[in-house]
Design a protein around this ligand. Structure first.
Ligand SMILES: Cc1cc2nc3c(=O)[nH]c(=O)nc-3n(C[C@H](O)[C@H](O)[C@H](O)COP(=O)(O)O)c2cc1C
Length: 233
């Protein structure tokens, strides 16, 4: 299993989110040697300039100036995408948002369809529900099947954290071994249908051409495109 993990914490080695996400990765029975784990402080990620070039052409001018080109290539090759963020004022951290904004156009293209995802967060006491629900939405919009979330807070006992990590690792492993049983969620199917309807009406532009070229326009629902993608592999 190829794994790509981004942790949006500037704490690097001292990050709590990193510590437990690494424990999850180490607990995965199908984990191979191809594991990339990055924390925000180890990467150069410039902010989105809001130019809309990615939506219009698929190209981000910032990609030639920082690490995002390398990151996008690695994500496209992974089987499991993990995004982790500390809770900052009941939301994801700024570093996590900068990372996600730079991938924004993927939310119209479903380029990660069929890949598994897990979202992770750590907090002192509160706000984890906003972070996990937002991160789940983001990875779903990219096409991933989000298996579940890992949540850590300062009030949890180490034995409970260890048990949750083991259970989540088993769930991920099961999904990895039985990919044909995977289904999209309600949000994902709704987003896909709305994009499908818009693009089949306008029939022009970068996004239309991407959908056409990659076979998405042959499938009216995300689940049917997912089944097609999984059977291709
Ligand atoms: C700017 C900032 C905002 C925070 N906001 C919250 C919060 O809203 N609720 C909470 O319980 N903890 C909050 N915390 C605590 C962190 O979520 C917690 O320490 C987390 O485990 C840090 O993860 P990290 O070590 O991976 O960076 C905040 C910490 C910082 C630095």
């Amino acid at each position: 299993m190829n794994i790509f993990c981004f942790i949006g914490s500037m704490q690097g080695k001292n990050s709590t989110t990193l510590k437990y996400t690494k424990q999850l990765i180490d607990s995965l029975p199908s984990r191979g040697n191809n594991v990339d784990v990055f924390t925000a402080e180890s990467l150069n990620i410039l902010p989105c300039m809001g130019c809309n070039s990615c939506f219009a052409t698929g190209i981000c001018p910032q990609d030639n100036k920082d690490d995002m080109k390398m990151i996008k290539e690695k994500i496209k090759k992974c089987d499991l995408l993990i995004i982790g963020s500390p809770v900052y004022i009941h939301q994801i951290s700024g570093s996590t948002k900068v990372f996600i904004d730079r991938l924004a156009h993927w939310s119209h293209l479903f380029p990660l369809t069929g890949k598994l995802a897990v979202v992770c967060t750590s907090t002192s006491t509160s706000g984890e529900e906003y972070v996990t629900s937002y991160l789940k939405k983001v990875v779903s919009a990219f096409g991933c099947i989000c298996i579940d979330s890992l949540v850590i807070n300062d009030l949890m006992l180490e034995e409970d954290i260890n048990r949750n990590i083991m259970q989540l690792a088993e769930k991920v492993d099961k999904a990895y071994k039985n990919p044909k049983s995977l289904r999209g969620n309600v949000f994902q199917n709704g987003l896909y249908s709305s994009m499908y309807n818009q693009l089949s009406k306008h029939r022009q532009g970068y996004e239309y051409n991407y959908w056409l070229k990659n076979g998405l326009l042959d499938f009216y629902t995300f689940d049917s495109f997912l089944t097609y993608t999984l059977n291709k592999v």
